[in-house]
Design a protein around this ligand. Structure first.
Ligand code: XAN
Ligand code: ZN
Length: 458
């Protein structure tokens, strides 16, 4: 798609490190036709680009009052196929939740027309929340998984798309027939993505054993081999729930631990995304660190289906790489902004048991949702921040007009109340705690506008 050179003028905010939120109130970012950042200035007037080299015709996009540019969110764990069940989980816990809610829904994706409706909706919705990259689980179905890849590509969302592998302890109506068929069908989805996006510029296949209990040793080992042979990333679940961990112990009696099961299969590598990691032992964390596998923290899900409280501060202190995942529909929300809030609150529950140092700050949670997520999906240096050479995966946030009780509510700006006296740090905190998709005015991936709200002037 032909893009313009574009100048994004206005405040920009991004995370430099875990606790360093860089706020530039008067910024200018130049983005080239290929969607890459070619210029970053901290003073819009002085930094204006020379009127040559095509920049004299550049398109200009300005933030609105109390608005700012922020990197797009990276959802490191989301089940696209479970989107119709977001908010529907009753009082279930993981293993009964899978049988009651999840397997029946996922099995319905043999109907391609239904898959199309749901996948189009979830991609449109996550884009509207500012999610520019998502690591998706689809289902076992090859045509529907390929369709999810097509939809991400046509709507412009950067995505990792995984066909789910599961060949035991699953209902007869919804499982792989054998190790061979699981590998063959996974390969078919890899081939499809290679066909539509040969360089994996936007869409990347991801090898997806559902979790150890639903895969035989043979299937885990075969997927480990495929992971090594192709160099493609892989994603799975780990140590989410205590019953699940007991089940893994009984199914893999010779393994030292849940993490060891994946390690034995060759599935614990720097390109592995492990969702949840709620109940990891110190030895498992050490093994994961040694292998440089990555963690997707899913706090909304861990609260909703009462799995537990992940010790994010401990993982970070030990040097593990952590990002955030909505885990729809164990998680009730497809909004990463809500997930950020959940991460902060779960960390406060950890703090109530283990001490204040467990608390995550607003800045730290924003880091996990952007730079941290980029590292988890192996795209650090390309997305998650605003530096020359990085790709313009970004959202424009608007907090609304200054208003008092006597003035009309600014309905377009949602719930964020700005009175005009706030510091930038306070405005960001208000966005995190009281904002929603109404504040996400426009979203770009690789420089392409992929979502905008009414009233956006772009
Ligand atoms: O949160 C989860 N969602 C799932 O779909 C799933 N499958 C296995 N383990 C799981 N955990
Ligand atoms: Zn999950």
């Amino acid at each position: 798609m032909a893009l313009h050179k574009t100048l994004y003028i206005g405040p920009f905010i991004h995370c430099k490190t875990l606790d360093d939120l860089d706020i530039c109130p008067n910024g200018l970012i130049g983005v080239d036709e290929d969607g890459k950042i070619s210029h970053v200035s901290r003073d819009a007037k002085e930094g204006l680009l020379p009127a040559q080299g095509g920049w004299e015709h550049a398109k200009i996009v300005r933030t609105e009052q109390h608005g700012f540019f922020f990197p797009g969110f990276i959802d490191t764990h989301i089940h696209a196929s479970q989107y119709p069940n977001a908010g529907v989980f009753g009082n279930s816990t993981l293993l009964d939740w899978l049988n009651t809610y999840t397997f029946p829904l996922e099995s319905s994706f043999k109907d391609l027309e239904r898959a199309s409706r749901i996948y189009n909706r979830v991609v449109a919705r996550t884009l509207s929340h500012g999610t520019t990259t998502a690591a998706y689980y689809a289902t076992v179905h090859v045509p529907a998984t390929n369709l999810l890849a097509d939809i991400c590509q046509s709507r412009g969302q950067r995505a990792f798309v995984g066909r789910v592998c599961m060949d035991r302890l699953s209902p007869d109506y919804y499982q792989d027939e054998s190790t061979e068929s699981a590998v063959r069908d996974t390969q078919a989805c890899i081939d499809h993505i290679k066909h539509i996006d040969p360089e994996f510029n936007l869409i990347t296949p991801i090898i997806t054993p559902r979790f150890a209990p639903s895969c035989t040793d043979e299937t885990l080992a075969a997927l480990g081999k495929l992971h090594h042979a192709t160099g493609l990333p892989c994603q799975t679940h780990i140590s989410e729930n205590l019953q699940e961990i007991s089940l893994v112990k009984s199914l893999f009696p010779t393994s030292d631990s849940y993490a060891h099961v994946y390690d034995t299969a060759g599935l614990l590598t720097p390109k592995t995304i492990l969702a949840h990691a709620v109940h990891l032992t110190p030895a498992e964390r050490h093994l994961i660190k040694t292998r440089d596998a990555k963690i997707s923290h899913c706090p909304a899900s861990n609260t909703a289906i009462t799995s537990g409280r992940a010790r994010v501060r401990t993982m970070l202190d030990e040097g593990l790489t952590v990002g955030l995942g909505t885990d729809v529909s164990g998680g009730y929300t497809s909004s990463m902004l809500t997930e950020i809030r959940e991460a902060i609150f779960v960390s406060r529950h950890v703090a109530m048991h283990e001490g204040d140092e467990a608390k995550l700050s607003v800045e730290e949670a924003l880091y996990l949702a952007t730079r941290g997520g980029a590292k988890v999906v192996g795209l650090e240096g390309r997305i998650g921040g605003f530096e020359v050479g990085m790709e313009w995966d970004a959202q424009m946030v608007r907090l609304g007009a200054v208003g008092g009780a006597e003035e009309r509510l600014d309905e377009r700006a949602g719930l964020v109340e700005v009175f005009g006296e706030e510091t930038w740090e306070e405005k960001v905190a208000k966005w995190v705690y009281t904002g929603d998709d109404r504040n996400t005015v426009a979203v770009w991936v690789k420089g392409r506008l992929v979502h905008s709200r009414e009233g956006f002037k772009g």
